[in-house]
Design a protein around this ligand. Structure first.
Ligand SMILES: *Cc1c(COP(=O)(O)O)cnc(C)c1O
Length: 441
């Protein structure tokens, strides 16, 4: 007997060349019949150990706080981690147009290769490539947001029982992911008096045989700090001396205030292997689109093929990010006008300046002026506020009295600081309120 197999519909246009699905069909399965029999007498469905070990510290702290706003004052939430909620920071029309065109092209409805379309990977590579750290499409893995980029990077570098070095104060996701994977987290200190530079001695003292990766977040969430080239050279020297690869979380790359320079980490090193993570969420103001990437920098061939293959395998667990956004990526990166980026930056800068100058006048509060990103940290001298034990209680009272909600920095493992998100439309109102709050007491 012979079969004729016909191809239906559009011919393979090369875009989705990897869309082949292998199905393994087992014909003869010999199983021990005794093993098939379950002796379970009743239902016992419980959440897995991994799910129980997955904890978001922001929820853990915020959900436990007493947050009853003053009914006489409208709520001012400066604690919301999403720059789109107030509607005052829209993305650029170019960005929206790119997605509309991607949809209308009907080309992006199928499965892409799990690491992303080659064309989209090349667009990211071209955007970030530089002579000291050249990138090609093969060096880019597209992911579902920068969060998944970080997850894949940690997963490919670390085994259970290993440890990773994480900044404090820092972005809480690193710990959330690591702990759920059985990876230990060691916090290295950032120094507020040195513009939140890394305490390099402390960092190096934490390294041991089980240290699998160093996470560097620059520009920083929540510090708003931007490292100098010189400081980054020193960080790289620590990594190089101890042969520790780096996960560089550079999602706020280029989101720095005028007069300040963002220097990506990878071009500064000729030997340390670096996985640089980024995405569309912050700079292009579309966090909900879930588009991120890993840039593989390995000029000394230390990652070799192993880490690259590992990343490809891990990407196959969820088969890559949204194809429509992948289809729009080239245009988003190449066609967004410089004025859009500048507009976002000057908005963030003026908000943080208002906040900084007003809060500086309040005895007992020490704001640290940020140089970039979307946050400002405000130190609380607890001896000025004897009513409060810590920043959590201070935050609670700010809500009850003034209906102003900031995040206590405890959520980022550092105390006592307040974290304010700099994109609220209500900044002026807020600093006025804080001023009142102080003179009232
Ligand atoms: C927002 C943020 C991320 C996650 O970005 P997504 O693309 O939304 O997953 C990663 N790192 C830092 C430091 C962030 O602030």
């Amino acid at each position: 007997m012979s079969f004729v197999v016909k191809m239906n519909g559009a011919p393979n246009n090369g875009i989705n060349g990897n869309g082949v699905h292998h199905v393994s069909v087992r014909t003869h399965v010999s199983v021990n019949p005794a093993k098939l029999k379950s002796h379970r007498q009743r239902w016992n469905v419980r959440p897995s150990e991994m799910s129980k070990k997955t904890l978001n510290p922001i929820r853990a702290i915020v959900d436990g706080m007493k947050l009853t706003p003053n009914p006489e004052k409208p709520m001012i939430a400066l604690s919301i981690g999403d720059p789109t909620v107030f509607g005052n920071l829209p993305t650029d029309d170019t960005v929206l147009q790119a997605v509309k065109e991607a949809i209308d092209s009907h080309k992006y409805n199928g499965y892409a290769p799990s690491v992303g379309y080659q064309k989209s990977r090349e667009a990211v590579a071209n955007f970030y490539s530089c002579p000291e750290a050249p990138l090609e499409g093969k060096d880019v893995i597209l992911t579902s947001g920068c969060s998944q980029a970080i997850e894949l990077a940690i997963s490919v570098l670390c085994n259970p029982g290993d440890n990773i070095l994480v900044p404090r104060p820092g972005f809480s996701l690193y710990k959330t992911l690591a702990v759920s994977m059985g990876i230990q987290v060691k916090f290295y200190n950032l120094l507020p008096e040195k513009s939140w530079e890394i305490d390099l001695q402390h960092l190096e003292s934490l390294i041991d045989d089980k240290t699998a990766c160093l996470i560097v977040n620059n520009p920083s969430n929540p510090c708003g700090s931007v490292f100098t080239k010189e400081h980054q050279h020193k960080i790289l020297a620590v990594a190089s001396r101890n042969c520790i690869p780096i996960l560089a979380d550079e999602i706020y790359g280029d989101m720095v205030f005028p007069g300040c320079d963002f220097q990506p980490l990878a071009p500064l090193s000729s030997d340390v292997p670096i996985l640089s993570c980024g995405g569309l969420a912050k700079r292009w103001l579309v966090p909900g689109w879930r588009m991120g990437w890993i840039l593989i920098h390995d000029r000394n061939y230390i990652f070799g093929t192993g880490i690259r293959e590992g990343l490809v395998k891990l990407s196959q667990r969820i088969l890559g990010p949204c194809t429509v956004v992948q289809g729009a990526l080239e245009s988003i990166l190449n066609d967004t006008p410089p004025e859009f980026y500048q507009g976002t930056i000057s908005f963030l800068k003026s908000n943080s300046e208002i906040c900084f100058s007003e809060l500086s006048t309040v005895p007992g509060l020490n704001p640290v002026m940020p140089s970039g990103a979307m946050y400002i940290m405000v130190g609380i001298e607890m001896e000025h506020f004897p009513d409060f034990q810590n920043d959590v209680e201070f935050t609670e009272r700010l809500v009850t009295e003034q209906s102003v909600f900031c995040l206590p920095a405890t959520v980022n493992y550092s105390s006592p600081y307040l974290i304010l998100f700099c994109y609220s439309a209500f900044y002026l109102l807020f600093v006025t309120k804080i001023g009142c709050s102080h003179s009232d007491t």
